[in-house]
Ligand binder design. Structure first.
Ligand code: MSP
Length: 538
């Protein structure tokens, strides 16, 4: 999928990453939410003509994975292989995720480079040996501070619980290696100050700044009570802490220590997409690790909110993880990709509701967008034998549509491409679709068609040209969100022979009026959004 044309040689790629996901279980809607957002962002930048690198993958070490594998009577590696091959990779394929690479932390390309990175920190005096005792949450794979724990009730009465997983923490006492994280507080604060956009949204930035201002503790970066991890190179009784291992995927996957040219053309990431639960790892520990090793810092870390069920974060450990297949079976893949970005302001939490999805599908996708496409194709077929007519004598009504398009295209680019405001960018395009529907209602081409005079026919041509040209632009602007649907629309407009493949259409040209030429062969294909079958619930 990556653009690899000569025009990109030597330039740095726009590099987008998702978190690498724990493979203790199959993916649910929450994981897919971040991955779809990253896919839309990278497709958008590809359509801007940029060289793009979109990375996702899996986090396979640590106690959580080890215990899950033990519980299933298989080795951790067997467990990971099975989950990656049978659940994670097939889901991304199903959801049309066009990632350029997929990193697994058990791959030698990763493990060897992680050892080198940690060794180099050790050689620089950034790592020392010490002891630590504290409450640990295996779900988070993180030591917690006593102050953030919750008091357990019911089956957990008398125990302290992790605030995220609502499960008891374990007291751990270990001789470990520590990274001198505490020394990086002032440098991190200075970086946040100089780069106000480094952590987004604003609420996430404030949380991190307050946290760092309180003073950082050194970070335990090794574990010695279990062995499912990458060995500490100078002391093989220890494995590297799973978060240090995992964060380094962003470097090892793009050639750190192995392919200098690729590394320089890709690293650092322009956008790390993360759920808000793992913001501190990415906005505090990761930049400090990079500073300690003299590597450049990422452009921004953008935290998305949580998909909630019954007021709780959707998760497998809370038994609320919903499989994306349950929704795509009913609504289709493109509507699924569209819905969560459309309905939830990126950065905020959002509740999933079947009823809301159903209502938006029907009104915005099927009625506003799908019907517009099929009506226009049907009328060009009926009145002009499927050949798009010249659109002469455009009047003020047509000019208003052209202006509306230019505005929608600008706004979508600014919101999706720059601000990661997916909901706002998609809304700009759907407001334009509403405008075109309103235009047709006012112009009543079905009545104008009865006027057989040359003026009447010219007027009809102008109206249908305006509507078809609007759909041309809509296909380009929605392609990153709904690629299969927009392909169908592109085919139905007969655009490809004149304008080339849809994925090669540039965002910057989308709002330029008059690109679809007269003579294009318009055909009425299958409905873009079929009527939903009842009953809806899975
Ligand atoms: N393995 C670590 C990440 C390492 S990155 C160097 C991890 N994995 S995870 O499988 O628990 O999932 C992480 C991400 O999945 C979250 O940060 C978020 O992006 C996404 N989500 C998981 N559950 C979610 C919701 N309920 N809602 C939205 N996103 C959620 O943490």
């Amino acid at each position: 999928m990556a653009a690899t044309g000569n025009e990109h040689r030597g330039t740095k790629a726009f590099y987008v990453s998702t978190p690498i996901y724990y493979v203790n279980d199959a993916p649910h809607l929450g994981h897919a939410y971040t991955t779809v957002a990253g896919d839309v962002l990278s497709r958008w930048h590809r359509q801007r003509g940029e060289k793009v690198w979109y990375l996702t993958g899996t986090d396979e070490h640590g106690q959580k994975i080890m215990r899950t594998a033990e519980a299933h009577g298989v080795t951790p590696q067997e467990w990971c292989d099975k989950l990656v091959e049978e659940a994670w990779q097939p889901l991304w394929k199903h959801l049309e995720i066009a990632n350029d690479d997929f990193i697994r932390t058990t791959q030698p390309r990763h493990t060897a480079r992680v050892q080198e990175f940690v060794q180099s920190l050790y050689d620089k005096g950034e790592i020392y040996q010490g002891g630590y005792e504290g409450p640990y949450c295996v779900g988070c794979e993180e030591y917690k501070t006593p102050g953030e724990l919750l008091d357990g009730a019911g089956e957990y009465a008398g125990q302290k619980l992790c605030p995220i997983h609502k499960r008891p923490v374990e007291m751990l006492k270990e001789e470990n290696y520590f990274f001198k994280l505490s020394e990086y507080g002032p440098k991190l604060l200075e970086h946040y100050e100089r780069n106000p956009g480094f952590i987004q949204p604003e609420s996430a930035r404030n949380e991190v700044v307050n946290f760092v201002r309180q003073g950082l503790q050194d970070l335990s970066i090794s574990r010695s009570t279990f062995d499912w991890g990458i060995r500490i190179p100078w002391d093989d009784k220890h494995v590297i802490y799973v978060w240090v291992d995992a964060l380094l995927n962003y470097a090892t996957a793009v050639g750190y220590g192995a392919d200098q040219e690729k590394f320089e053309q890709t690293f650092p990431a322009d956008v790390h997409l993360v759920g808000k639960d793992i913001l501190r790892f990415h906005a505090v520990i990761w930049p400090a690790m990079l500073m300690a090793n003299g590597l450049p810092l990422p452009g921004k870390v953008v935290a998305n909110g949580w998909l909630m069920v019954g007021g709780e974060k959707m998760s497998k450990s809370n038994l609320t993880g919903i499989s994306p297949h349950q929704l795509t079976d009913h609504f289709g893949v493109d509507a699924y990709r569209w819905y969560f970005l459309r309905a939830i302001q990126f950065g905020q939490d959002g509740s999933f509701s079947w009823e809301d999805f159903q209502a938006r599908y029907t009104s915005e996708l099927a009625n506003d967008f799908g019907n517009l496409a099929s009506r226009v194709a049907a009328m060009v077929g009926r009145y002009f034998d499927g050949v798009l007519p010249q659109g002469p004598a455009a009047g003020p009504a047509e000019q208003a549509v052209a202006d509306g398009l230019a505005k929608a295209a600008r706004e979508a680019d600014e919101r999706i491409g720059e601000r990661l405001d997916f909901a706002g960018g998609i809304a700009a395009v759907f407001d334009f679709i509403k405008q075109v529907n309103g235009y047709l209602t006012e112009q009543e081409p079905w009545k104008v068609a009865k006027d057989a005079s040359p003026e009447g026919q010219a007027r009809l041509a102008a109206i249908l040209y305006t509507a078809a040209e609007s759909l041309r632009a809509t296909a380009v602007l929605l392609n990153p969100v709904m690629p299969a649907t927009c392909e169908k629309l592109w085919a139905s407009l007969g655009a490809e022979p004149h304008l080339g493949p849809l994925a090669e259409q540039r965002v910057a040209d989308a709002g330029t009026w008059g690109r679809l030429p007269a003579g294009a062969r318009v055909t009425k294909g299958e409905a873009l959004f079929p009527r939903l079958e009842e009953p809806a619930r899975a």
